[in-house]
Each structure stands twice: as C-alpha cells, then as structure tokens.
Design a protein. Structure first.
Length: 273
C-alpha cells in the first residue's frame, strides 16, 4: 500500500510537522502517481534503488511494492522518524543525510549497480544529477522528478531551445528523455511550477573519447556567449584550421553542436602542434 492524501495530511498533523519551504518540500500524495513513477523506473526483484528526498515515504512504499531493495535518503531530521515508521515495516532502509554531501561509495556498497529515483527541488536538481553522473558510476539509471524547465535542459536534444551545458554533460555520460508529466494537484503543498519525469540511462562508455576537461572547457566558453557564432566565442582557443579539422562550420551557434561535434572539436584543439 501507499499513502493517500488523507493519510499523509494526518501524519503531518499528528506529529505537528509542516513541509519545509527552505528544503523545497512538496510531497506526492496520489497512490496512482507514485506507482506510475515506480513503473517508469523499471525496477523489480533483484534491483537496488536509492531514493533521494524520501519525505514521508509515499514513493518509497511504491518502490518497495515492486520487490526492489530500497534505500531512502532524507535530509530533514524532523521527517526521518516518521519516514522510518512508515517504510521500515516494508523492508526499506532509511538513511539520514544530505544527498549533496553523502559518501556515495559507502552508501551504495551493497550492490555494483543502482537505480536512483528522486523528487528533486529546483535549486539542487541539475547540479546534483550532473555530479552523480560525473562521480558515482554505480548509479546506472535515474528517474528524477524535477521542475519542467530543469527537466527539459537535462534531456534537450541538439537544436532544442533548452539545449545547453547540462544537456551536453548528460549526453556525454548518458541518454535522457522526458517520460511524463506530474500535475501540481498531486502534491502537498501544491507547487506553482510544472513537474516532469526524466529518465536517464548511463552509457557503457562516454559518448566521445576526447578529454572531458577540454570538452567542457569549450562547451562552457561557447555557451557563455550562446548568441555568438563559435568562431567568435572560441576565438582565443580554436583556430580556423581546427574548426575545419573537426568538420565544424565556424558560423555555427553552440546549440547546433551535438556531443560528437564537441568531441571532434576537443580532439582538434588537443592535436595542435
């Protein structure tokens, strides 16, 4: 079973707890929605799931229903006792901690591959996802619920209006797609933003073999002046010959270059004599 809206509100009232605006807390209260999220995560018996921002455990219960082994991470010390009360009886493990500071290698020691599921507040969503892709290879898949604008940036294909630095970084490590929307009505409190579900699947190998530090130095420089042609925004680091060697038109805008193009450009720059 999962928590209904009435049960969640009753839990909050009984324990005199209120959602924290500072922590960006909006709890999902609809059983159909959390079961849909668990289904889209594609987990089941034998899988290991880490959930960030478990709150009062509505989604945790739905994930546990699939038969997966669930570790729920929650930073709010006021919620942790309630979360334990709700989800430990169904076998979920609760860890108190801040996902931006947690020792991931220690937390994910039980299995070589994990799926991350999370309802992420806007202010941490993008940097946290990118940091996990950079530094936590044990997390092989993610299904994150984020504000629509953040979700579009994570999953945007080349040429899309939302395509930018986060899109290129995700594409370097993984494949991403927006797989659903979540209406504001299923949250307590009701947010003023639209939410989407983004599924991210890590590649076996990075999309390109070029030096990642150089790739993203070029990406940051170009998108820092995204309205300019790359021959202007990268004038101090890329020559006309190197653009030609990479097969990239110097008149291109950064949003027109996919991860393969950025890799070729980095290779051309690093090969200078």
């Amino acid at each position: 079973m999962t928590l209904t809206r009435r049960q969640l509100l009753q839990l909050l009232d009984e324990h005199d707890v209120r959602p924290s605006r500072a922590l960006g807390q909006n709890f999902v209260t609809d059983p159909n929605t959390v079961r849909r999220i668990a289904r889209l995560a594609g987990v089941g018996p034998g899988d290991h799931v880490v959930e960030i921002g478990a709150g009062l455990g509505s989604l945790t219960l739905a994930l546990a229903e699939t038969g997966a082994a669930v570790t729920a991470v929650e930073t709010d010390r006021h919620l942790v006792p309630l979360l334990r009360e709700v989800v430990e009886p169904v076998g979920a493990r609760v860890v108190e901690g801040d996902a931006t500071q947690v020792d991931w290698s220690g937390l994910l020691v039980d299995a070589p591959a994990w799926t991350l599921v999370a309802n992420l507040p806007y202010n941490v969503a993008t940097p946290l996802v990118l940091d996990l892709l950079d530094h936590v290879p044990m997390i092989q898949r993610m299904l994150v619920m984020v504000q629509r604008e953040a979700g579009e940036r994570l999953a945007a294909p080349v040429g899309h209006r939302a395509y930018g630095i986060p899109s290129v970084k995700v594409a370097y490590w993984a494949r991403a797609e927006v797989v659903g929307r979540v209406p504001a009505a299923v949250f307590v409190p009701r947010p003023r933003v639209e939410s989407v579900l983004v599924r991210i699947t890590r590649r076996d190998e990075p999309a390109v073999r070029a030096d990642p530090d150089l790739v993203f130095r070029l990406v940051r420089a170009a998108f820092g002046q995204r309205r300019k042609m790359v021959r202007r925004s990268l004038v101090s680091v890329v020559s006309a010959e190197q653009f030609e060697r990479a097969g990239i038109a110097p008149e291109s805008r950064p949003e027109q270059l996919d991860i393969e193009a950025w890799g070729r450009l980095a290779d051309a720059v690093s090969a200078r004599s």
